[in-house]
Design a protein around this ligand. Structure first.
Ligand code: SF4
Length: 236
């Protein structure tokens, strides 16, 4: 077992090969445990809890990656919220030392930690869930919108390769709400943007409103294609 600080990374799963999680690159995805937020439509609710046996452990991930040198381009750290863990930075450093690019999926919950990670990251997929003032209705956490949007501003200022993505939650997925969000993002300087179809995958016992089905013909989609240099409609 590795004795580096990265060995403390709590992992909930590994995807050995994907072509959709890091644009233009063949990647493996390491799913990190723990998230401070509780979105009702969380796509990976099993990872919200930071505890649980690492599966796999970091040493196994490293051994896997060593065998994939020359076959994979990149490793993406996803979650959960990867930046919740202090072991993320040393894990990224070890991945870079093996010659892989490093991608990060984050909701921007920890802007200062994210800033410290920038020298280790080649590409970021940042979830912006809503306008800042609407965040508590999505995440259940006061101040979450300010944190996410602060992270966005910091990533834009740093010039890191960035895709902003939104999975619109029911209640915030009508065309007018989405148009207001798209306008704010474009005004802030976002150029690469994806709208992702929300699905109720949370297995919650209480009934949740159904997400609106996004379609290519939606009025907000045409506006998005005009507002962003690269726009992707995903999962429809
Ligand atoms: S921020 Fe992401 S991982 Fe955390 S609860 Fe929300 S959807 Fe799930």
């Amino acid at each position: 077992m590795s004795s580096t600080p990265a060995a403390g990374l709590r992992i909930g799963g590994l995807t050995p090969l994907t072509s959709v999680d890091y644009p233009g690159e063949l990647a493996a995805v390491v799913y990190c445990r723990g998230c401070p937020w509780r979105c009702p439509y969380c796509h990976n609710a099993d990872l919200q809890d930071p505890h649980g046996a690492p599966a796999p452990g970091w040493a196994e991930v490293l051994a896997f990656l060593q065998k994939r040198r020359g076959l994979l381009d990149a490793v993406v750290f996803s979650g959960g919220e990867p930046t919740a863990q202090h072991a993320l930075a040393p894990a990224m450093a070890e991945v870079r030392a093996l010659g892989f690019k490093v991608g990060l999926h984050t909701g921007g919950a920890y802007p200062r930690r994210l800033a410290a990670l920038l020298p280790l990251v080649d590409w970021v997929g940042l979830d912006i869930k809503a306008l800042p003032e609407d965040y508590p209705a999505v995440t259940g956490a006061a101040g979450s919108g300010e944190r996410a949007w602060q992270s966005l501003g910091m990533l834009l200022d740093a010039g890191v390769q960035l895709e902003v993505r939104t999975t619109p939650m029911p209640g915030l997925d009508d065309p007018a709400s989405l148009q207001a969000l798209l306008t704010r993002l474009a005004d802030k300087g976002v150029t690469h943007y994806a709208l992702q179809q929300c699905r109720d995958t949370s297995r919650r016992p209480d009934p949740l409103p159904l997400p609106r089905r996004l379609t290519d013909a939606g009025p907000e989609i045409g506006a998005a294609r005009r507002a962003f240099r690269r726009f992707t409609l995903r999962g429809v």
